[in-house]
Design a protein around this ligand. Structure first.
Ligand code: AMP
Ligand code: ZN
Ligand code: MN
Length: 959
């Protein structure tokens, strides 16, 4: 008997030593693997070559393979009938084709100040743009030209718009104002204002592509030249002929992204628009003159003015579309191959298929890389280089570079086209792809696409994510993800499998089940973007007829009432950002959890109206960053406890017969140590009850100490242990546990009665938050010696009673010896309420089915958010009440918040929030916070008509 006991003891000791060493080895391995992985990646050149368009917040034509969506003006009911591929202003333009509205004659030839002076207006702020819109709204006609950038962009973007009225030249910085250009949409679409362009075909498309600006009522001076059968129809010709001005065409190819523009470029840009009104005036007069001459001498019905106007407006009816190919890079491959065939005559038959295959793959890769990095394909790799690589199949890095350089040298001598770097920086940072492609290691096209996208943009990807490539990543096959996961789990060591698997399982269970941010948009009735939000919120408005749907994928609504506040009113563009579903700390996109920057033990006690900015203070974090943030928050809570003299844990001396044994003096200095968390207590009690006798004695002593600390240091009995099992449980949970016990065992082990007072007090004893992020360390748990993984799960099952609850549970643990927390059913619930625990993610996800309630409630600075709360508060408050009794540091939180409110009022709360944001920022060093996120963010706001926070509304409660 004694021998057996001894053996068991030995076994457990060995087992625990093994488990601990496995744990540390695994940790080490994980770290090493991670850093090795990072080192092996060549940093993408984009990190050192930032591009201005990466700051654009909204990109209408992104680099994904999905078709371009046009602006939708239709009302709700018409939406289904009109896909976004119809022209939103078709009716207006068609009407103009029949009845032109040209009013140039107003400009008296003599009056017009043709000479271009020194003054012009550089428009770079939203307010300047609004002023410009107002000025333009008062014109009969204005002239327009745009300058594009296409070398370092996949689809190209407008870098400058020149607009000239009779009085002034405006240069609009469309890089700085990219996200605001919609302000000019109404004047461009106004049929009563004539827009004069020269050769508008490109500009019309570009304005649609970048800004959803549609031109209605165009007079294209090039079309007028055509109709008048001029010998030339270039702008240079017109400038020479009508204005005696010559222009340096070379400047057209300048890099129009540069700021400030050189004087030469400014002059060039102004010239393109400045004289257009004057020229249009002349041409219009000529057209009219022709009409008069012809109508007097012939029967010809040809009307010159009408024809010029018709041809102009026909341009406006065109719709921008992205080029859609059968497979990526197909058309480039086709032209390369046909050029090759024509030039070379008979290619060697044997090598032909491999050559062609390589050309196709390289074109496909180049296309994908151009999309990922928002570059032109020509910048990445020239056609000549593709041919050379396909012919030679170089195998080393040096050979690949050499082949490209040589091919590009040849073009340079024959064709002065480029001074582009060869090989391009992009190729240099991604040459390994080319290497693998030539070696045929990337598999077929369908396979290598998602692999390349993931390695560039996926978790730990090498390249920056932006509005241009985000959809590309999102649409990347999901099948791949599961493949990667199974690959990651493919460790040889079975211990590692279980460790990996448990981490994976943790991530599966606790990370958000679907993208947290749906990025649905809400527009004001004048077309201004107010905020991004989730689907539920949109539906809320639509159901109440407070908004109409204006786009469906992703959905967008336009409010039918005037919102109280605008994003700019708040001076914070946080709310008009689309938010990425990635960890704000490190950018991890595969899994993430919500993290509450302001711990809910405090937040839950804030006055209602201060809770309404929740979306700002809930961020997404990956498991690793979550762990860091959580640890920092716990530490800071202890500091708060000391600072305010409000302990985190309250020691409870339960036995009413016994005098309290609180060591008064030490407590004030060491609040966090002054109590036992219910979780800790329960865990210890459970272990002692079940495995006490066969436990190693030192372990038994440790656990006994924990329980004794709860009972004020006195000796404890079996009944004390049983009573300790239910500490921290709500009455409901206690009943459930009792019922379960009654059912599961014949012997009536009813839990010793606990006085009502004791239950209440029990809830005041605060739990340490189990940190599920430490799931990896489960092998090193305090239970290693006495409770196997599966036994623990059994225990959980028994305690929780329902399978659903079990879903929340992970055996979690911690390496702090003073905090041996595991998940038991209410332990998890406790955790759920302690704001930062992973458990809360799950319960929320479950209850509101992955819709981000918090985000919903507060994603806007105006009453949109408030009104939405009506629906959700009900939901949440139910949850809250149920959980409130179990709040981890609830009483501490309440006392702290009450104290702040009493002493410093609401401003105190605001500052308190700022402190927590600071703690978060210092702990995590977040690199992926949405723009506009700010430590100083103030929760202050006005409440609108529909707001539940609106005091007037509360009082009246009429509608
Ligand atoms: P423009 O209509 O002359 O003002 O040209 C507008 C934009 O079109 C310029 O900023 C260039 O980006 C582009 N572009 C026009 N012509 C050429 C050309 N021959 N080669 C390259 N880019 C051009
Ligand atoms: Zn890259
Ligand atoms: Mn121009």
């Amino acid at each position: 008997m004694a021998d057996k006991k001894h053996k068991l003891k030995l076994f457990f000791t060995l087992a625990s030593v093994a488990a601990i060493s496995i744990f540390f080895t695994a940790q080490l391995l994980r770290r090493r693997l991670r850093s090795k992985h990072r080192r092996s990646l060549t940093p993408c050149y984009l990190h050192s070559h930032p591009k201005p368009q990466l700051r654009f917040k909204r990109v209408l034509a992104d680099n994904s393979y999905s078709p371009f969506k046009h602006f939708n003006r239709q009302s709700d009911s018409d939406l289904e009938k009109s896909p976004s591929s119809t022209h939103p202003y078709e009716a207006e333009i068609t009407a103009l084709v029949e009845t032109p509205l040209l009013q140039f004659s107003r400009i008296a030839m003599g009056d017009f100040d043709m000479k271009m002076g020194d003054s012009y207006i550089w428009v770079e702020s939203e307010s300047q743009l609004s002023q410009l819109a107002q000025v333009l709204g008062e014109q009969k006609a204005f002239a327009v030209d745009t300058e594009q950038h296409s070398l370092h962009s996949f689809l190209g973007f407008s870098a400058l718009i020149q607009i000239s009225t009779e009085k002034e030249d405006y240069l609009v910085d469309t890089i700085a104002l990219h996200d605001s250009m919609g302000i000019l949409r109404p004047v461009f679409a106004d049929p009563n204002i004539c827009k004069v362009f020269h050769g508008a075909d490109g500009d019309i498309m570009w304005l649609q592509r970048d800004f959803h600006i549609y031109v209605v009522n165009l007079f294209d001076t090039a079309k007028a030249c055509e109709v008048l059968s001029k010998p030339h129809k270039s702008l240079a010709y017109l400038l020479e002929t009508y204005c005696g001005v010559s222009k340096n065409k070379l400047l057209q190819r300048e890099d129009w992204r540069q700021r400030p523009l050189s004087d030469e470029m400014v002059e060039y840009a102004r010239t393109d628009a400045h004289y257009l009104l004057y020229i249009a005036n002349y041409l219009y007069a000529e057209l009219k003159q022709q009409d008069c001459e012809y109508s007097s001498c012939t029967d010809d019905k040809f009307n010159f003015v009408l024809e010029a106007s018709r041809r102009s407006n026909m341009i406006c009816l065109q719709l921008y579309a992205k080029e859609i190919e059968g497979f990526p890079g197909e058309s480039a491959a086709f032209s390369i191959l046909s050029r090759q065939l024509n030039g070379q005559g008979a290619a060697p038959m044997s090598g032909e298929t491999k050559f062609q295959d390589l050309v196709r793959r390289l074109c496909a890769w180049r296309d994908l890389m151009a999309r990922v990095h928002d570059e032109s394909t020509r910048y990445i790799l020239s056609d000549y280089a593709i041919v050379a690589l396909s012919e030679k199949s170089p195998t080393t890095q040096a050979d690949i570079y050499g082949t490209i350089i040589e091919a590009d040298l040849n073009i340079d001598s024959s064709n002065l086209s480029s001074s582009l770097p060869s090989p391009s920086p992009l190729l240099c940072s991604h040459w390994i792809d080319v290497h693998q492609l030539i070696q045929d290691k990337l598999g077929n096209l369908d396979n290598f696409f998602p692999v390349v996208i993931q390695s560039c943009l996926g978790p730990n990807g090498s390249c920056p994510l932006s509005a241009f490539n985000y959809a590309l990543l999102m649409n990347c096959s999901l099948k791949l993800e599961s493949k990667l996961v199974s690959k990651q789990n493919g460790f040889r060591n079975p211990k590692h499998i279980s460790k990996k698997a448990s981490r994976q399982l943790f991530i599966q269970k606790f990370s958000c089940k679907s993208p947290v941010y749906h990025n649905c948009r809400i527009y004001a009735n004048d077309g201004r973007l107010l905020c991004y939000c989730d689907r539920r919120k949109l539906e809320w408005y639509l159901r109440r007829d407070l908004a109409k749907l204006v786009d469906d994928d992703p959905p967008a609504i336009m409010l039918l009432f005037e919102p109280k506040g605008r994003p700019e009113d708040e001076d914070n563009d946080f709310y008009i950002q689309s938010k990425k579903n990635i960890c704000v700390g490190c950018g991890e996109g595969n899994h993430y959890l919500r993290y509450r920057v302001i711990p809910s033990c405090y937040r839950v006690h804030f006055p209602e109206h201060l809770k309404s900015h929740r979306s700002h203070d809930i961020v997404l974090l990956c498991v690793d960053c979550h762990e860091v943030a959580h640890a920092a928050a716990e530490k800071y809570k202890r500091r708060i406890a000391g600072e305010f003299g409000i302990p985190l844990y309250v020691r409870r001396v339960v036995d009413s017969n016994q005098a309290p044994m609180i060591s008064g003096s030490s407590e004030s200095t060491n609040f966090e140590d002054s109590g036992v968390s219910p979780l800790q207590l329960r865990t210890a009690a459970k272990a002692l009850l079940r495995h006490g006798p066969e436990m190693p004695s030192n372990r038994r002593d440790e656990l006994t100490q924990i329980v004794m600390r709860y009972y004020g240091g006195r000796e404890i009995s079996k009944e004390d242990l049983e009573r300790a099992l239910v500490v921290g449980m709500s009455p409901h949970e206690r009943r459930r546990l009792e019922k379960k016990k009654g059912l599961s065992s014949k012997q009536s082990t009813t839990i010793p009665p606990v006085k009502e007072q004791e239950i209440n007090d029990a809830t005041r004893i605060l739990s340490a938050t189990p940190d599920p992020s430490k799931v990896n360390s489960s092998d090193a748990s305090d239970f290693t010696a006495d409770v196997s993984h599966s036994t623990e799960v059994d225990t959980l099952k028994e305690a929780s009673g329902t399978k659903d609850d079990l879903d929340f549970c992970m055996v979690t643990d911690t390496d702090h010896t003073d905090d041996p927390s595991t998940c038991s059913d209410s332990g998890v619930t406790t955790a759920c309420n302690d704001m930062n625990s992973h458990g809360s993610q799950i319960s929320e996800t479950k209850i509101v089915s992955a819709v981000d309630t918090d985000n919903f409630e507060s994603s806007t600075p105006n009453e949109i958010a408030d009104s939405s709360c009506m629906k959700y508060e009900g939901n949440t408050s139910l949850k809250l009440n149920k959980r409130l009794s179990l709040l981890g540091h609830g009483p501490h939180g309440k006392q702290v918040v009450d104290h702040i409110l009493n002493e410093f009022g609401e401003e105190g709360i605001n500052q308190f929030c700022q402190r927590w944001r600071q703690v978060f920022v210092e702990a995590v060093n977040p690199r992926f916070l949405p723009g506009g996120w700010d430590v100083m963010h103030s929760g202050r706001r006005e409440f609108g008509e529909f707001s539940v926070y609106n005091p007037a509304k509360k009082g009246a409660d009429g509608n």
